[in-house]
Every structure is written in C-alpha cells, then in structure tokens.
Ligand binder design. Structure first.
Ligand code: ADP
Ligand code: MG
Length: 580
C-alpha cells in the first residue's frame, strides 16, 4: 500500500499554507474578521515583526461561548449558508478557514464578549488542539492573540524574510484595510512603539492623507465615475508624478483590496502616454460592483476576483481615470496624445544614432527601452575619445536640445538625457569608491511618510546614507532631509527620495539584489537632475560635452533614451532628395 490518509492535523497544516503565508496574512485575516463583526476600532499589536506575537483586538459584535468553540472549526462560518449566498458575498470572509488555519500553525488565544453580556469567554489552542473554553474577563468585542507563528512548521518559518520586510508587509496590510475603511480607527504597534494610528475620519481624502502621508496625498485628485450599479471612484496622481513600481497603486473591489490584472491594466490604460514605460501612478481606486457580479471565491487569500462583466469593468475604470486626468489637465487630452504618438512614430525611423555611418549599427534598437539595463550596443557606437568636445556647438533650441556640428554631420543632444547620464556615472563611480559626496541643505526639507514607508526608511537609512542622503527623524512619521547627494541640483528632493523608498520595498537585502538596487536607485536619483527646460550658457554646454567625453555609455541616458542623434551627410542628402 502506498496511499494513506493524512492525519487531520497534517491536513490542516497543509491547508493552512494556502491562507497563512507569513505574519502579514494573519493580520489580514484577523482584521477582516473584525471588520465583518462591525468593529469601529481595531488595534493590531505585534512583537518581533509578528513572529513572536500578533494581537488584534476589536470592538465588534463579539462571540458567545458556543460560537467561540465553532469559530475555530474548519469550514465554520456565520457569513454564508446556501449556494445563493456564495454568489453574492457581502462580507470580507466566508470560507470559514482563517481561524482554524492560523490556529493549526501557532499558539492561539481568543477572548470575546458579546455587547451587553456580563462576562466574556476565552479559548486557547495549541497547534490546533483546543483547550476548554472558560469564562474570563474581557472587554466588549474580540481579541485574538497569536504567539510563535509556525512554531510547529519550521520549514515555513525558514521562508520568512528579514524582520524589516515582514514588518513592512504588515504595514501594507493595515494600510490597505485602512484606506478602504476610513470610518474605522486603526492602530498598529510594533514592539510597543506606535507605527500607525489612523483615527476615524469622515472623508476618504483624510484617510488617504493619514496613510500615504501628506506629500503624496497632496498630489492626488479625487475622481468619481458612475453608470448604473457600477461606480469607480477614488484618488489619482496627475502626470508627471510617477513611481518605478505599483507600490502606490491600490485597487479595491467592494472595499476588498485586490491585485487584479484587469484593474491595473485599465488604470494604466487610462494614463496611456502620460506615463513613461515602466512607470506607475499613485492611485487609490475603489470599485463598487453588485455583489452578484463579482466572484471573490477564486483565490484562498481572496486577493483575486473574477468579474462577470469584465469588459464593462475595464472600460469603466479606464474611462474614470482618463476623464479625471483630462479634467486635471483642463484640456482635451486625446489630441495631445495623438500628437505625441505621431511625433514619436516620426522619430522612430531615424532614431538610431548615426545609423547611416556604418552598416553594423543598423540594428541598434531605438525608441523607449526598458527601464534600467544599459544597452550594451551603446558602447560600440563610433563615438571616439574626445568626440563630444570636438564638436562645434551651434546653440540651444527649445530650451532642451543642443545643436552641434561635427566633421561627420549634424548632431542633436538632449541636454536632460546627457545630464542624467553624466550624473549617473558619477554617482556609480562614487558608490564604488565608498561613499557619495554630499551637500548640506541650508533649509532641511521635511518629508511626511506613511507607516509602511517609515519602516522601510528606518531599515534602509544606512543605504540611503551611502548615497549621500542624511535624514533625521523629527516626529513619528516625519523626517527632515538635511543633506543630499552633491550632484543633485537645487530643488525639491522629496520626490526622488520617495521613489527610492518605493524601490526599496521591492527587494530584500541580500548582497546580490543590493547591487542591482544601487543601480536602480542611482537611476532614480539622476532622473531628478535638471528637469525643467533651462537656457544654458555656452560655457555650460561646453562643460557638458566635456563631461560626456569622460562618461561611459555616453550616448544613452540611464533610462535608455538616446542622448545623441546624428545626421550624417548621407542622411541629409537623402532627406533633401539629393540622392535616393
Ligand atoms: P470566515 O471569516 O470565513 O467566516 P473565520 O475562520 O475567519 O471564517 O472565522 C470564523 C467565524 O468566527 C466567523 O464567521 C465569525 O462568525 C467568527 N469570528 C471570527 N472573528 C471574529 C471577530 N473578531 N468578531 C466576531 N466574530 C468573529
Ligand atoms: Mg475570516
């Protein structure tokens, strides 16, 4: 006989794997239960990033002793009964799996007291084994305490990431829940320290400010689009604010946070050409759909949903976003978009720098290149030593292009791209040699962060310092930037820093990713170099050309846009139809 039945404990632990991946999943399930119980105050206390303790207390309806016993049984729920309920789910939970799953991989204690009951009850479980329910002092509502998660599943414990990462996942969970439920007071404490305290507010906008911090919230505009029973509302960033990942892109369906490809795609489509490739906006999208039109029973942790009318939903969201952006821009966006596309298509043909010079360069890819990797082909361009400084600068046009003549023909240099490349290479050299040069700010700039960012920032302060940022904490969620990398021009440094933090959220801190990270961060840092169009003095232009000569990969900016476009004599002749 090869086949045998697993013990029920084993079966539970296996099932638990689907729901309980890490401490943050526990926090998510427990908060969902509190919200389903009608709580208006939810307090989350954790120790050692949730690995030692997770305690979630609420002032919801509570449970009677009989219900307490049932609550930790598999497939026990008060939220649905029949088939028809399953296709009309109005609560966050419904599978009856969370408490038994969590209980099977931890030491759990639930204390609960019904409103107007004279006393409460307490139930303890150890690795899923129930003890007697006893009467106990408890405040109204429910408190669930999880100690030593995964104490009996060491394999799972090994998959946990660094404490900082686990903590930031927990912050993310609390933040998402809080964004969708502004009328609920959320509190998060870590090792006795307040990490987040979002008092109940009437206006969604105020909650967005609490969670995302003042700086990001300020750049967001409200939107609302409604047709029949379908509505898409929330807040969005007007271009050109953007981030290197979807960290600030929150999508909710009927107040449930989801990661849905359809929704993300629709949002990005709404932005269309307003975002550079690989860039994401900051958006809080709250989609309201009739319960019967969305299937939430697709994913064990309920992070994915299925829409009955997917095309309608997609269109609704894309339209909502687009219209909001049009209002923001106070102009007819579609025209602008057509323009941009037409212009781009026109350039594409001849964009390969110096394409006419030698046949071997014909295959240089052009146009928008994926975010970081430096295109290796840039190195083989026939741009010899001293090439840039040997050119004759004819002038600057449109506030952003240098027009130069060389012995080979005419060349145009994008001054932003050139500055970025120079700054990027310099920063990379500095990083390799130790620490970057810094400049102190006369007037420190203050940065308001959300709870998740605070955790990330604290964790990565030393890394940011290596880049030349000096940052001091001046309040629970505010920081003062007192010094910045020396190469950065005067300006607002907060956005670049915020983008760096967003990037830091994506990776853990092993050495291999660190190297990749440093390059990504350098890209972001450099992106903030000379954004506005600026008239350059002749001496500045010459200095820029000299700097390009000392820079590797000078023909491409760190984002892959070309720095230099060349028109050889041949090409000019052809354009003027002198030759065919
Ligand atoms: P589900 O949420 O899918 O019903 P759970 O295992 O998360 O399954 O919870 C089981 C049941 O325990 C819930 O249906 C609910 O009746 C009860 N329950 C859990 N947490 C709470 C809470 N914080 N307050 C009141 N009742 C709760
Ligand atoms: Mg639940």
């Amino acid at each position: 006989m090869k086949i045998h039945l697993l013990s029920s404990e084993m079966a539970s632990r296996i099932a638990a794997g689907e729901v309980v991946e890490r401490p943050a999943s526990v926090v998510k399930e427990l908060i969902e239960n509190s919200l389903d119980a009608g709580a208006t105050e939810i307090s989350v206390e954790i120790e050692r990033s949730g690995t030692a303790l997770i305690r979630v207390s609420d002032n919801g309806e509570g449970m009677a002793a009989e219900d307490l016993a049932l609550a930790v049984e598999r497939h026990a729920t008060s939220k649905i009964t029949g088939d028809e309920d399953l296709f009309r789910i109005a609560t966050l939970g419904f599978r009856g799996e969370a408490l038994p799953s969590i209980g099977s991989v931890s030491r759990m204690e639930i204390a609960s007291r019904l409103a107007n009951a004279s006393c409460g009850h307490r139930l303890r479980l150890e690795g899923g084994k129930k003890e007697e329910i006893i009467e106990a002092a408890a405040s109204f509502g429910t408190t669930v305490e999880i100690r030593e998660i995964f104490f009996n599943t060491p394999a799972r414990r090994k998959f946990l990431k660094s404490p900082g990462t686990e903590l930031s996942h927990i912050c993310d969970v609390v933040n998402r829940m809080a964004l969708a439920h502004p009328a609920v007071h959320f509190r998060l404490q870590h090792d006795g320290r307040n990490v987040a305290d979002y008092v109940a507010v009437k206006e969604a906008r105020d909650r967005v400010r609490q969670v995302l911090g003042h700086d990001v919230a300020q750049g967001l505009a409200p939107f609302l689009w409604r047709r029949g029973e379908l509505s898409a509302s929330g807040f969005l960033s007007a271009a050109p604010t953007s981030f290197p990942n979807a960290r600030y892109l929150y999508t909710f369906v009927n107040r449930r946070y989801v990661r849905d490809k359809v929704l993300t795609h629709a949002v990005l489509q709404g932005y269309d050409t307003l975002l550079m490739k690989g860039q994401y906006p900051a958006v809080v999208l709250l989609l309201a759909v009739p319960f019967a039109d969305v299937d939430v029973n697709v994913h064990p942790a309920k992070y994915e949903v299925r829409f009955r009318r997917q095309a309608d939903v997609h269109q609704a969201v894309a339209t909502a976003v687009r219209q909001a952006l049009q209002r923001q821009a106070k102009g007819p966006l579609p025209q602008f978009q057509d323009f941009a596309q037409a212009a781009f298509a026109g350039v594409r043909e001849s964009a390969a720098p110096w394409a006419g010079f030698t046949a071997q360069h014909q295959d240089v890819p052009t146009g928008r290149v994926e975010a970081f990797p430096i295109p290796p082909q840039a190195a083989v361009l026939p741009v010899g030593e001293g090439f840039f400084s040997s050119m004759n600068v004819l002038g600057q046009i449109l506030g952003c292009y240098l027009v130069c003549a060389s012995s080979q023909g005419l060349s145009l240099i994008d001054q932003h791209a050139a500055h970025e490349r120079v700054a990027f290479e310099k920063l990379r050299r500095d990083l390799n040699n130790g620490i970057a040069q810094t400049q102190n700010l006369l007037i420190p700039q203050t940065l308001e962060l959300g709870a998740g960012e605070v955790a990330l920032m604290e964790k990565h302060l030393p890394l940011l310092e290596r880049f030349g940022y000096l940052i001091e904490s001046v309040g629970p969620e505010s920081y003062a930037i007192t010094a910045v990398p020396a190469f950065l021009p005067e300006g607002d440094y907060r956005h670049a820093l915020r983008r760096m933090i967003a990037e830091l959220a994506e990776v853990d801190d092993s050495d291999k990713v660190r190297q990749h990270l440093e390059e990504r961060l350098a890209t972001i840092a450099c992106h903030s170099v000379i954004r506005a169009n600026r008239q350059l003095e002749m001496s500045e232009m010459r200095a820029l050309l000299r700097a390009l000569d000392q820079t590797q990969f000078a023909t491409q900016c760190p984002h892959g846009r070309p720095v230099l476009l060349g028109f050889s004599r041949d090409e000019l002749d052809r354009m003027f139809k002198r030759i065919v």
